[in-house]
Design a protein around this ligand. Structure first.
Ligand code: ADP
Length: 473
């Protein structure tokens, strides 16, 4: 079969286009910190929205009692019940129930969607309280995780800016999200109060902080990607009038929309963006998150197949957007069978390309590696960008303290909470991310930066915020 050299050339071009030497990563770090400043300075000052959350205090670990949470942000929603013991790290128990959202409800009416959710919540409460026996008279407190862009009016209310992820109920845009749920709950006779409204990053940060007070930021790597962090209130220039007494506020960055000329962009990225329903939007997310990595790989394999005949005739499946999903590229990437049998299976079953020789299968694995490595390293640069903004990158910012006597800056222990299937399930993504953190920060600083996975953080965290909110009233 002809075309091996061209194939190798496509791979080499991809490697060059996706190169992330540490110097370039540091440029991305700086760009992230600069954009954060700009987004905090004025409304619309940056592609980073830097949304206010009105969350001034994060859970301390002293929260007590039973709280509920509802987590709505994608194809599934979850209801949770959390029993807090009042001592850190003793979430006495929590119960989770996952439910798929029926497709037709995503585009129906506000009432239909929220009545469905309120009914499921009421069923869950009924079952839980049969077991545990809580007085039906008491008002239950709910944390609501709603992972769509929201303009918050307070820590427990806010209006929907726009739908994403396949949801589209037009008259909901501009409406108060908590009120929609509150009304549905009262229609269904459920005595429950929305005590906090957060997005998934803020929930994850709250759970991180509950377990460990050194937690300053949180990042989601799932279908999409986003981050939030604890900012000094006086640094949020765009809302000088709203300064809090505690001196801090959590800021939801909406970092999926970050962009910088330093990001290593290829023609595959440009094509993916052009053909997406939201061109010029979510540029960082399109290079990093689970929704897109598989499709970047598909585009490279398509090019390879067009450039040479080692794959046989071009499979029509290769032309189908999103047919190659990110868990599949993880499976191929991590295929440790001697003959790359998993790679052969996915090429055959999903892409209908049979009989791909071993040396070509190895090239496909290499493509997965290049795409995922770039994603993980850019994600690491994003995290370090946040640390730099808040002076936790070891460069003697305001938050690092001078070691006694020595005069040298001593790095404070810093924890970043992480959640999402891409990070937790894709080992190579996780390893590349952690490796890049070390490269960018230097090992002696990196050893003070801990990335900690928060399972169910987005939901449990909302319940914790409902608890700390109730406690401070
Ligand atoms: P979501 O972000 O949709 O709320 P998750 O945090 O569970 O939910 O993330 C799911 C996403 O994680 C999937 O869309 C997929 O892109 C990615 N993912 C899940 N499992 C794997 C895996 N084994 N390997 C790579 N990516 C995965």
């Amino acid at each position: 079969r002809r075309g091996w050299r061209r194939l190798v050339r496509v791979l080499e071009e991809l490697e060059e286009g996706c190169a992330t030497p540490v110097g370039r990563l540091r440029q991305v770090v700086d760009a992230m910190a600069v954009e954060m400043h700009a987004g905090l300075a004025s409304e619309g000052g940056s592609k980073l929205k830097m949304l206010l959350t009105y969350v001034h205090n994060l859970p301390t670990g002293m929260e007590k009692g039973i709280y509920y949470a509802l987590d709505l942000g994608g194809t599934n929603f979850r209801v949770l019940r959390v029993n807090l013991g009042g001592q850190r790290s003793t979430i006495l128990d929590h119960d989770v129930e996952r439910q798929p959202i029926p497709q037709h409800l995503m585009t129906s009416t506000i009432e239909e969607l929220f009545d469905f959710i309120a009914t499921k919540l009421k069923d869950f409460v009924g079952r839980e309280e049969n077991v545990s026996g809580i007085s039906a008279e008491e008002t239950r407190e709910l944390g609501f995780t709603f992972s769509f862009p929201v303009k918050q009016n307070s820590s427990s209310s806010g209006t929907l800016i726009k739908w994403t992820k396949g949801f589209s109920i037009q008259d909901m845009v501009g409406r108060d999200v908590s009120q929609c749920l509150q009304e549905a709950m009262s229609r269904k006779g459920l005595n429950m109060q929305v005590a906090s409204l957060v997005n998934d990053t803020v929930g994850t940060l709250a759970l991180g902080h509950y377990h460990d007070q050194d937690t300053v930021a949180s990042v989601i790597f799932g279908t999409g990607t986003n981050a939030c962090y604890l900012e000094r209130a006086d640094a949020i220039i765009k809302c000088q009038g709203l300064l809090s007494t505690s001196g801090g506020m959590v800021v939801n960055m909406e970092w999926g929309n970050f962009w910088s000329s330093h990001l290593p962009r290829t023609s595959y990225d440009a094509d993916l963006d052009c053909e997406s329903p939201n061109p010029n939007d979510q540029g960082f997310e399109k290079m990093i998150s689970g929704m897109y990595l598989g499709d970047i790989v598909r585009r490279v394999v398509l090019r390879m197949s067009q450039e040479s005949d080692v794959f046989g005739p071009v499979s029509s499946k290769l032309l189908v957007p999103f047919i190659l999903r990110t868990p599949m590229i993880a499976t191929m990437h991590e295929d440790d069978s001697p003959n790359l049998m998993e790679v052969a299976r996915i090429l055959r079953d999903t892409l209908q390309i049979p009989d791909v020789p071993l040396n070509v299968r190895k090239l496909v694995v290499k493509v997965c590696d290049v795409v995922t490595r770039r994603a993980a390293r850019l994600a690491a640069a994003g995290i370090v960008g946040i640390l730099k903004k808040i002076g936790r990158d070891g460069n003697g910012g305001t938050a690092s303290c001078k070691a006694k006597g020595g005069g040298q800056s001593k790095m404070r222990r810093t924890v970043v909470a992480v959640e999402g299937g891409l990070y937790t399930n894709y080992t190579m993504f996780r390893e590349y991310l952690n490796e890049a953190m070390g490269e960018i920060l230097g090992e002696d600083v990196a050893e003070h930066v801990i990335i900690r996975v928060m399972d169910d953080g987005s939901g449990i965290g909302a319940a914790l915020l409902a608890a700390s909110h109730s406690a401070s009233l």
